[in-house]
Design a protein around this ligand. Structure first.
Ligand SMILES: C[S@@+](CC[C@H](N)C(=O)[O-])C[C@H]1O[C@@H](n2cnc3c(N)ncnc32)[C@H](O)[C@@H]1O
Length: 249
């Protein structure tokens, strides 16, 4: 039986998705607040860098973005804010609780027509080949059991000439900052989780899954194997996060 990791724990590949779903079921209502608290607001700058790279046109030209593992829609709302009236976002996520929060937020912002929420697994996207101008995934890929399958799917639905962008936690290599980050991750983050969500466990998973995620060069190889070209990445905030980019050519 093929095994994988759920945080640091070794689990059967077939069990990982249910464990991940349980994490996001627990945190969905407090998800956006927790992002602000845990990253001291930094996640906003990281997502804005992602949206700048997505580069939705300011004009009324049609532009279709697919945001995979898009959760409560944060990246999509930012992309819609940056783009013109022709920009449309599709949020695909496997978790109905995260999507429900996203739909409520879209309604509050009057964005019902500009964003579509779809219950979908990144490993089997329910969209035709080459149907999006850009595909993004933010802090999502490390939760997916078969990363290589999800990458192939995201490549399949991207049009030729389109860009794929992946924002993910990475490895802090700055001396001094690494020890501080370690301390913060394993002590402060679960404590905030306990205080705000009432449970430290989801946030322990989060921190452990970050440590297990492939290093940027290894992930770049996985992107190339899925068919992406001109693969590159940029570290942000001392390596806390990396923005990976690839094109379908
Ligand atoms: C850390 S959240 C990121 C949400 C959003 N992208 C953001 O940056 O605010 C991870 C998301 O991945 C979703 N997810 C996990 N496994 C998935 C899968 N196999 N397919 C699609 N979404 C998945 C979870 O439901 C959750 O909403």
């Amino acid at each position: 039986m093929r095994e994988t990791h759920f945080g640091y724990a070794q689990v059967p590949l077939a069990d990982k998705q249910a464990l991940v779903d349980d994490v996001f079921h627990k945190v969905a209502r407090r998800y956006d607040l927790m992002n602000d608290l845990m990253s001291a607001g930094l996640h906003r700058a990281w997502k804005d860098a992602l949206v700048t790279a997505i580069n939705p046109p300011k004009s009324d030209r049609d532009f279709a973005l697919l945001d995979v593992a898009g959760g409560t829609g944060d990246v999509s709302f930012r992309a819609l804010g940056a783009g013109g009236p022709g920009t449309h976002a599709t949020v695909a996520d496997i978790n109905a609780d995260m999507l429900a929060v996203g739909r409520e937020r879209a309604a509050e912002r009057g964005l019902d027509d500009a964003v579509t929420f779809v219950d979908a697994n990144a490993e089997a996207l329910p969209f035709p080949d080459k149907s999006f101008d850009a595909v993004s995934i933010a802090f999502g890929i490390r939760n997916v059991p078969r990363i290589e399958v999800a990458l192939a799917e995201m490549h399949r639905v991207l049009r030729t000439g389109g860009r794929f962008l992946c924002l993910e936690f990475s490895n802090v290599d700055v001396p001094g900052l690494d020890a501080l980050y370690e301390l913060y991750s394993f002590n402060v983050v679960p404590a905030i989780g306990r205080a705000v969500v009432g449970d430290a466990e989801p946030y322990r998973y989060l921190v452990e899954s970050i440590r297990r995620f492939p290093r940027p060069n290894a992930f770049a190889e996985m992107m190339r194997a899925a068919g992406f070209r001109r693969v590159s990445h940029r570290m942000m905030s001392g390596g806390i996060v990396a923005l990976h980019s690839g094109w379908r050519l």
